[in-house]
Every structure is written in structure tokens, then in C-alpha cells.
Design a protein around this ligand. Sequence first.
Ligand SMILES: [Zn+2]
Length: 156
Amino acid sequence: MSHDPKKINRDYASLAPFFSQRLQMAIQEAQDQGLSIDFFEGYRSPNRQDYLFEQGRTREGKIITKARAFQSWHQYGVAADLCFKIDGKWAWSKSDPWDKVHEIMDDFGFEMLSWEKAHVQITAGMSISKAEKIVQDHGLMVLWSIIESDRTGPRN
Ligand SMILES: [Zn+2]
């Protein structure tokens, strides 16, 4: 296994199965509505999270995250970042219609962050410190089953 912190994981299978399934459905719906959005990043190792946290702080670049290792839902397999694509290439633009994407994600029960447009997660209102404790005591599968049973169902 690669532990390169620069490597982006786009494997749906490294996410919680309920999350992964719903993400694929929501992205398909967005694409069907003409939005060229796709799955950019999913599971993120603690090592990579710390690497990203360093950007704009101890390493040059723009600050891109508020979270250190285990403070992001990406470490728990229930978060993903989306990105628009132009001609098959990832592209960021101020004019990207994120409001339309967020409407669809909301319909599928995803939670969004006000400060990070590209990010969607499903936490069922749990705090990240509680999630960390559940994983330490019982493992990731138990966390996933708690979140899956407590989450809000799709509204469409
Ligand atoms: Zn994210």
C-alpha cells in the first residue's frame, strides 16, 4: 500500500458502503441534470490530512483545510470532495454552479460545509470526537452502522 501523502484516493470502495452508494447516485443525478461534477477525493489517511493541514502554515500555498489528522470525516470514510470537469480535466472556477450541486446533494441527504463548497459528508449529527472514540473502542464498521441507522433518508 502506498503511504504517499500527496496521493488522492478516488476509490469508492474505501468509503462506507452506504455513503459510497449514495454518492454515486447523487453524482449520476447531477450529471443527468447537465452538471459536469465528479468524485474528486474520498478516504484520506491521517498522514495525508496532516500533510494538507501544513499547506499555507508550515509549507507554502493557500490554506485548504481546518482539520488535522482524525479531525476530518475523510478519515472515517463518510466524506468526499467533488470537482467540476471541463473536457475531462478537473477545473475550478468562481462561476461553477455549486448551488445547483448542493441542492442535489441536499436531496440525497448529504451535509455541506459553509466554508468548503466541494465537501459533502454524512455524520448523522455526530461530533468528530465521538466518532474517533467509537472507532478506537469498536472499529470503523460499528461507526458506519451507527451513522447509517441514524442518518436522514433521501428526500426525493
Ligand atoms: Zn473534504
